[in-house]
Design a protein around this ligand. Structure first.
Ligand SMILES: C[S@@+](CC[C@H](N)C(=O)[O-])C[C@H]1O[C@@H](n2cnc3c(N)ncnc32)[C@H](O)[C@@H]1O
Length: 248
């Protein structure tokens, strides 16, 4: 089954806690951490919170009240068990069970890109944020996800580009399209998510009414260099994720 968040929730949580999920440990969470503002005294919603690990980072930044919401019942069960002092609820990001102007800050790591209709999610975030409230979210970067498998000098590669000669109509990848991508993990998990270009998200956020305050294309941290040099080399040069900080 595709996007079986319940089935893989426990395994995912263990990997996050042990720090063996390289994209999270070396790229995505450091990128989010760097963009997070001071949250002292703020009421924060974790959207697509999974098993709740990000509450630790939000707390470090001063969050006073933390609420997590996720579609996966098993993820929410594990979040409640692991972080009993916060509130976790099962719910859909397209139809948030909160009143208008409820939160000061919305945090969302790698969750909104599961939506085929991100505009609906942005509208919901806008609705539940207080005036001047902010949202920080990350999604996949098209330079990583909109590539095609090609072979260059006998090496299998991910590539985006096109034939150079005027007679060539070869195009590899689809950077400008908002498109569904399926990713097959070694443990059997299959995730299906949508990736668009940076300008696609930028325009959508502006359309909903947000002002974009910051943007990042996470760079693999130096820590990874000694642990997995090849991983570091790839994602030091090619972004895998991107993040937006926007204000209502
Ligand atoms: C890759 S996980 C990220 C979890 C956590 N934010 C993290 O980075 O560790 C994506 C999460 O989004 C949740 N999700 C997917 N679609 C959702 C929806 N429509 N509403 C709420 N949560 C959703 C999934 O259940 C899953 O827990």
């Amino acid at each position: 089954m595709i996007n079986d968040y319940d089935k893989f929730a426990k395994e995912r949580q263990l990997e996050l806690k042990k720090g063996i999920k390289k994209p999270h440990r070396f790229i995505e969470k450091p990128m989010m951490n760097e963009l997070l503002p001071d949250l002292t005294g703020k009421k924060v919603l974790m959207l697509g919170c999974g098993t709740g690990e990000e509450s630790l980072m939000l707390k470090e930044h001063g969050a006073q009240e933390i609420v997590g919401i996720d579609l996966s019942k098993e993820s929410i069960r594990l979040a409640k068990e692991s972080y009993p002092y916060y509130e976790f609820i099962v719910g859909d990001m397209h139809n948030l069970p909160f009143d208008n102007d409820t939160f000061d800050f919305v945090y969302s790591s790698l969750a909104i890109h599961y939506s085929e209709t991100p505009e609906i999610v942005y509208k919901e975030i806008y609705r539940i944020l207080k005036t001047n409230g902010e949202v920080l979210f990350s999604v996949g970067h098209p330079l990583r996800w909109a590539c095609e498998e090609i072979e260059v000098d006998g090496v299998k590669c991910r590539g985006i580009g096109h034939g150079i000669s005027s007679s060539s109509d070869k195009v590899f990848g689809n950077y400008n399209s908002f498109k569904k991508h399926d990713h097959y993990f070694k443990n059997g998990e299959i995730l299906s998510f949508y990736v668009g270009s940076p300008s696609f998200y930028y325009k959508l956020l502006k359309k909903v009414g947000f002002t974009i305050e910051d943007f990042s294309e996470g760079i693999c941290t130096e820590e990874a260099k000694n642990i997995d040099y090849n991983y570091w080399k790839k994602y030091h040069e090619i972004p895998e994720f991107m993040a937006y900080l926007a204000r209502k």
